[in-house]
Each structure stands twice: as structure tokens, then as C-alpha cells.
Design a protein around this ligand. Sequence first.
Ligand code: NAP
Length: 164
Amino acid sequence: MTSIAILGGTGHQGSGLARRFAATGARVLVGSRDPDRARTVVAAWNAPIGMIDVASYADAIDQGEVIVIAVPFSSVDGLLDEIGRHDVAGKVAIDVTVPVSFTESRARAIALVGLLPELRAVDVGPLSRARSIEQLTLLAIAINRRHKVRDARYCIVGLPTRPA
Ligand SMILES: NC(=O)c1ccc[n+]([C@@H]2O[C@H](COP(=O)([O-])OP(=O)(O)OC[C@H]3O[C@@H](n4cnc5c(N)ncnc54)[C@H](OP(=O)(O)O)[C@@H]3O)[C@@H](O)[C@H]2O)c1
């Protein structure tokens, strides 16, 4: 069972990831500056019992096989310093806002996305494509607002079922 530490797991991005990964059967650790407060937040999610634990950032870093960074941009540097103080050999750390470009880490990130039902990671090439993706994100938000829905999203068709 994959163990996924989500630093900032009580926040906007982190809470969505925590709940979705827990629903796949993965063990999720919500890392928080204030685990007691985070326990109250997590209890309100009605997530599968036992699939989500709460920990300090330090404990989440130690226990997670994959470390997801989902904190405000201004606090990422400090958190990377904290991660660097731990023994993280063999682990992969993924910031939710940063494209994964190292080959091995990319493979693990793709596998992680593959855990989520109906989602599939699509390699779109170099970092410069991020500009287009950002625009697609804005368009998706606009479509959702215009149609008063919350989960209108894109589907890429025409690719082989598994990457070549
Ligand atoms: N929200 C969006 O719609 C959105 C969209 C695109 C990109 N992003 C990017 O995604 C990243 C995460 O954004 P978010 O909106 O999910 O963040 P957020 O909800 O504002 O914060 C996430 C969590 O980080 C922890 N945190 C807050 N301040 C911190 C600090 N100074 N040091 C360490 N931890 C701190 C808090 O958890 P605890 O209090 O439990 O420690 C908080 O729940 C950011 O880089 C953001 O720019 C967000």
C-alpha cells in the first residue's frame, strides 16, 4: 500500500488530494503545523476510517513514501529546508505547482495519478507547455461557472491506452 504524505493536506489543494487518494486505498498522512487542529478538519471529511492519519510535517516526511507539497508558495522554501534535514533517500517529493521533470520521479508521479479513478497523467513535453495548461485551467473554471457546475473537465482522446 502506497503511503502518501501531503504537507499542507488541510488546505485547498491538499484536502482534495488527500480525500481522493484515501478513497483509492492508499495510506494518506495529512501533514500539518498543528496536528490537533488538522484532526478536527480531517474528521469532518467523512473519509474512509483508518485511511487518513494526521501528523506533524516532520513525522509526515519520515513516514511518507511519496511527499506531496501543497503549501502556500511563500512557505515552500522553508519546507524544502525541513525536508532536506530528514533521511529521504529513495522518496520522491512532488510540489503540486511544479512540473516533474526527472525521469524516475516523473514515472512515480505518473503512477500516482494513475491511482485516481478516471484520471491519467499525459506527458505533454517541455516546461514551456505549462503556459497552455494554465490557460486551459482558466477556461475550465469559466466553463464550470457559466454552466453552474463544479466538475466539468477535459478528456484527451486518441492516445494509446498505455503510453508507448
Ligand atoms: N487554491 C487554489 O485554487 C490553487 C490553484 C492553483 C495553484 N495553487 C497553488 O497550490 C499551492 C497550495 O495552495 P492552497 O491554496 O492549497 O494553499 P492553502 O490552502 O492556502 O494552504 C495549504 C495548507 O498549508 C499550510 N500552511 C499555511 N501557511 C503555511 C506556512 N506559512 N508554512 C507552512 N504551512 C502553511 C496550512 O496547513 P496547516 O495550517 O494545517 O499547517 C494550509 O491548510 C500554492 O502554491 C498555490 O499557489 C492553488
